[in-house]
Design a protein around this ligand. Structure first.
Ligand code: FDA
Length: 502
């Protein structure tokens, strides 16, 4: 059978994919987006699109029979995770041998489940990580564009200082200050004026109702409300959900041929489709885009792909840790699920750390302060294609996170000493004070300028592009989606001008 032809296909619907679809459509190119997850816009029987963190159901998790929350235990008790029905839920935890990676599944990718923290990296570190990119142009044009398009805003100081919902952040700020560390307000795509209305009791509670990693029912400007809405609004973009791109190939006329599996909500493959396209943009994330390229190279479908595919992977130096506060320093039973403050010690020459102050929205007082530390870990992993299992593998040893743990410990040892406090040992399912076996910020696998040119064009194959977090080699020093978006904008501007015909 003749494969159906579409001018451009974008794989995935996360940040890089959304930018690609919008800019292609604006250039007049009919574009099809293929997303393995669901479209999250229909309320379930409880009236909500997403389930809550405290009461997770099948909507929470991508085809598992038990939830896999990052904080696995409380007082060492297995009280957080729940048995659920297997279903294409919104948050996935992908397990490799010594690292697991959280990713979003659905129209909007990671934007559906993430904390919304929208941070522009320090210019010097950006220039160090991506030296081939013109930093002046990025900070003049593409970072401001990304921030504008994503709807980034900052919390009003009067609200932050007065609301009970950020007491946990103020308590952590006080503890940091006692050790001489400063904090920085963290911009977000969550609408802080909406949050103020939540606090006042005039709007439905989402962030203030403990919603975040399984989706926000209100308040958050996820990609379906920003870039993807704009893309679909052009009339040239269509999205097919529960469509997983299984393999890519190239035909003799230079067009690409995609094998696509359509699944139902049990995960069964209900249709196998072949699609062909002239322009193929991979926006399936660090894991997804790298997997498609490795499979194509190693099965011989695209044999000229570079040996450097799979390299320069890193977890952005992610480490989680918790501290126990004194009884006279409660963090509050009511906590906003959207973080708004970070301990900024990135300028430290030995142990740079940017530690976001994370909530513990348990609905009861826990006296726990939780942090996601972003450190400068130079260690890198390598993805490979596991032919026997037809899946992605990751060479990363647990001890490669030692530099990240060392930096995190250096910071929080000082904070604990200055405050006569200790770590929490009950939160991560064992007795560990530092969770270094999972990450939220997978980066790399197709590092810019190695298996691609300086704009994400895949070397050896015309009209094939990588447009997502796979391009960033392992670390960016802050939460990554603003950088992923801005870099995609910069690359698409060039690609649309030079490569694309309507
Ligand atoms: P992204 O992962 O967003 O999208 C890829 C999409 O492709 C997914 O929808 C996936 O289902 C789909 N896909 C994959 N393979 C496919 C295939 N073969 N066929 C079809 N579809 C396929 N960052 C930040 O800056 N601030 C923050 O506060 C946070 N917080 C946070 C919390 C949590 C819980 C997570 C999991 C992540 C974060 N992040 C974050 C990280 C951020 O969400 C992440 O860096 C970006 O979503 C990555 O964007 P990409 O465009 O690379 O892919």
């Amino acid at each position: 059978d003749q494969a159906e032809f579409v001018p451009a296909v974008v794989v995935g619907t996360g940040y890089g994919a959304a930018v690609a679809a919008l800019r292609l459509a604006e250039a007049g190119v009919p574009t099809l987006m293929l997303e393995m997850g669901q479209l999250w816009n229909q309320p379930a029987e409880d009236g909500n699109v997403f389930c809550t963190m405290l009461n997770p159901d099948r909507r929470s998790t991508w085809f598992k029979t038990r939830t896999e929350a990052p904080l696995g235990t409380f007082l060492w008790l297995d009280v957080i995770n729940r048995d659920i029905e297997s279903y294409p839920g919104v948050l996935d935890r992908v397990h490799f041998a010594e690292m697991s990676v959280y990713v979003g599944r659905g129209v909007g990718g990671g934007s559906l489940v993430n904390g919304g923290m929208a941070v522009t990296p320090t210019r010097s570190y950006f220039a160090e990580v991506l030296p081939q990119v013109d930093a002046a142009e990025m900070y003049r044009t593409y970072f401001p564009l990304a921030n504008r398009m994503l709807g980034v805003n900052s919390i009003a100081p009067d609200f932050f200082e007065s609301t009970e919902y950020y007491q946990y952040a103020r308590v952590s700020r006080k503890a940091a200050a006692a050790a001489g560390f400063g904090t920085a307000s963290v911009p977000n795509v969550y609408d802080f004026e909406y949050m103020r209305a939540e606090a006042a009791g005039t709007a439905r509670k989402s962030a203030l109702g403990g919603e975040v990693i399984y989706g926000n029912n209100a308040g958050k400007r996820s990609l379906d409300k920003t870039y993807l809405a704009a893309a679909i609004g052009t009339g040239r973009v269509t999205v097919q959900t529960l469509h997983r791109v299984a393999a890519i190939n190239r035909q003799s006329d230079g067009t690409y041929l995609l094998s696509v599996h359509q699944i139902d909500t049990t995960g069964a493959v209900v249709a196998r489709k072949q699609l062909s396209c002239r322009y193929l943009f991979l926006g399936a994330g660090s894991l997804g885009s790298t997997e498609l390229l490795l499979r194509a190279r190693d099965t011989g479908a695209l044999p000229d792909l570079s040996d450097s595919i799979g390299t320069e992977w890193g977890p952005n130096g992610n480490v989680m840790t918790g501290r126990a506060n004194h009884i006279w320093d409660p963090t509050g039973a009511n906590q906003s699920a959207i973080p708004a403050l970070a301990i900024d010690n990135w300028a430290d020459p030995d142990h740079p750390v940017f530690a976001e102050i994370a909530p513990v929205p348990a609905g009861i007082e826990t006296w726990a302060s939780l942090y996601l530390a972003i450190t400068r870990n130079p260690e890198r992993g390598t993805f490979y294609y596991d032919a026997a299992g037809d899946r992605l593998g990751l060479r990363w040893r647990r001890d490669q996170n030692t530099p990240a743990v060392t930096a995190t410990k250096a910071l929080f040892d000082r904070i604990n000493k200055a405050n006569s406090t200790i770590y929490r040992y009950d939160l991560f399912g064992s007795t560990a004070a530092f969770a270094d076996d999972f990450c939220y910020h997978p980066l790399g696998g197709c590092p810019l300028g190695r298996p691609t040119d300086g704009y994400g064009r895949v070397t050896g194959y015309r009209n094939l592009y990588v447009t997502d977090g796979a391009l960033i080699p392992g670390s960016i020093g802050v939460n990554p989606f603003v950088t992923i978006t801005a870099l995609a904008e910069r690359n698409l501007a060039r690609i649309v001008a030079e490569d694309v015909r309507a």
